[in-house]
Design a protein around this ligand. Structure first.
Ligand SMILES: Cc1cc2nc3c(=O)[nH]c(=O)nc-3n(C[C@H](O)[C@H](O)[C@H](O)COP(=O)(O)OP(=O)(O)OC[C@H]3O[C@@H](n4cnc5c(N)ncnc54)[C@H](O)[C@@H]3O)c2cc1C
Length: 435
């Protein structure tokens, strides 16, 4: 079995005990204070899924579908089932996930615990909005049924609860109907950020899914240029293209990152010029999960690993704030392939500690260049803090306790619901007093 690590490969693989919860046997080891943490597929970039010195509850054995009603689209499954497995079962039967992140290789438990969002936040909210009920196992061996109606406070703490309220054993989610596996996609280039804001406002009225890719290395008149991809599930039609997934793999981890300034500039420029504008039909896999076609793509950043910086800025500060962030990133020359820009809608999140909130979110990968990367992140943090924004815990490996506590003021209220036997490296970092 692969070592349990997080996606950014910044931290050593887990070297402590691993417990594989299984519905058919007893579910939890003897708890000690802060000694446990659920682990799904390790698709979180930083340390929310790590607990150094503790036991990881690897949910790969919680892998059964329990019930699927193809008339209502209600699916009940164990929490270690991945979104890939769900789509393989339900798309041929005309149902799709109501919300999906940018990879299918996350578990239902992980999707709930980070209350993940997708390209349709403005129309559908985040993953937690579509959870009808779930079972939570506490370290006291209590099994609790949670829903927005039953134990609503513990439900709200568990959605976006970073695995700290206990182990989600199974969940029931509402899917949405689709005619087929294809998406109608409209691709439009924009020359700068001002054009993006206009285009995006129009697109959000017409399309349930919108997302933009930004060339974060472009400067001057080209700053903020990018491509907006708006989409909806395709209508019923007699003929559909044939699509077959072709997986490539990065077989080994190079000693140093293959991502450097030269390769990035060439890639970004080419990508922008090559984009085919207009409306087309795309299978859902390349539309939602472009990176799933290259397994182990995180290895291209070399042995030092990489960071993802994802923040959200509130509506009143997002335009000026995003321009400022992009200026600093372009000036640093540290940028990444895919800078993703997306607006969040107004729907309040279902979780107490959920990251999504009204405004705009920017996400970028950065090769780990040690001190120079950290220096840039401190500059970006200052912009985010000034705008009263927040950093996404699922992607974070370094934010300070002060920054977390300012952006997630409900964290103290949340503590009441956390299970004392559960903790994570992330949680210790953001709740313990800074040195
Ligand atoms: C290529 C890529 C694209 C991504 N795109 C997006 C995106 O568009 N939007 C977005 O929101 N996120 C995105 N992410 C992040 C990813 O969706 C989240 O980090 C997700 O939570 C990972 O799920 P996982 O199963 O791998 O969980 P892990 O990373 O293993 O764990 C995540 C958290 O969930 C907890 N957890 C896991 N299982 C359970 C359980 N059964 N019970 C209780 N707690 C549990 C863990 O303790 C941990 O705190 C992306 C990640 C990658 C690699």
């Amino acid at each position: 079995m692969n070592a349990l690590q997080s996606w950014g490969r910044l931290f050593p693989a887990h070297s402590g005990p691993v417990w594989r919860p299984d519905e058919r046997s007893s579910l939890l080891p003897h708890p000690e204070i802060g000694g446990l943490l659920p682990y799904g597929q390790g698709r979180s970039y930083g340390d929310v899924c790590l607990n150094t010195g503790g036991t990881l509850l690897h949910t790969a054995g919680l892998n059964r579908f329990i019930a699927f009603n193809r008339s209502t689209g209600i699916l009940r499954c164990e929490a270690g089932i991945t979104l890939r497995e769900i789509l393989a079962l339900t798309v041929p039967q005309g149902w799709f996930l109501a919300v999906t992140p940018g990879t299918r290789d996350v578990t239902v438990g992980g999707a709930i615990a980070n209350d993940v969002h997708g390209k349709n936040h403005h129309s559908a909210g985040s993953f937690g909005h579509h959870v009808l009920q779930m079972e939570l196992l506490r370290s006291t061996d209590e099994r609790l049924l949670l829903s927005p109606q039953q134990q609503p406070e513990l439900f709200a703490a568990t959605v976006g609860g970073l695995g700290l309220t206990g182990l989600i054993v199974w969940a029931e989610v509402q899917l949405v109907p689709v005619h087929n596996a294809f998406m109608t996609v409209e691709t439009t280039r924009f020359a700068n950020l001002d054009e993006f804001w206009l285009l995006n406002t129009q697109a959000e009225r017409l399309w349930p899914y919108t997302v933009a890719w930004i060339d974060c290395l472009a400067k001057g008149a080209h700053q903020g240029r990018g491509i907006l991809m708006a989409g909806r599930h395709a209508a019923a039609q007699d003929e559909l293209p044939v699509w077959k997934e072709q997986i490539k793999t990065i077989p080994v981890t190079p000693r140093i990152s293959l991502v450097n300034n030269l390769s990035l500039r060439a890639f970004n420029t080419l990508y922008w010029h090559r984009a085919h504008e207009g409306v087309s039909l795309s299978h859902y896999v390349p539309y939602f999960y472009p990176l799933d076609g290259i397994s182990h793509w995180n290895r291209i950043y070399g042995r030092a690993g990489f960071y993802q910086y994802q923040c959200v800025l509130p509506p009143e500060a997002m335009q000026a704030g995003m321009a400022e962030l992009l200026t600093r990133i372009a000036r640093s020359g540290e940028g990444s392939f895919l800078a993703v820009l997306k607006t969040f809608g107004q729907r309040p999140s279902a979780g107490l500690l959920s990251f999504p909130r009204p405004g705009a979110t920017l996400a970028l990968d950065f090769p780990n260049r040690g001190a120079s990367s950290l220096k840039l992140f401190r500059e970006l943090d200052a912009v985010v803090q000034h705008a009263q924004g927040a950093i996404y815990p699922a992607k974070d490996a370094r934010m300070s306790a002060t920054m977390f506590q300012q952006a997630f003021p409900q964290w103290e209220q949340f503590r009441r619901w956390a299970d004392p036997a559960f903790s994570s490296d992330f949680w210790k970092r953001v709740t313990q007093p800074e040195k």
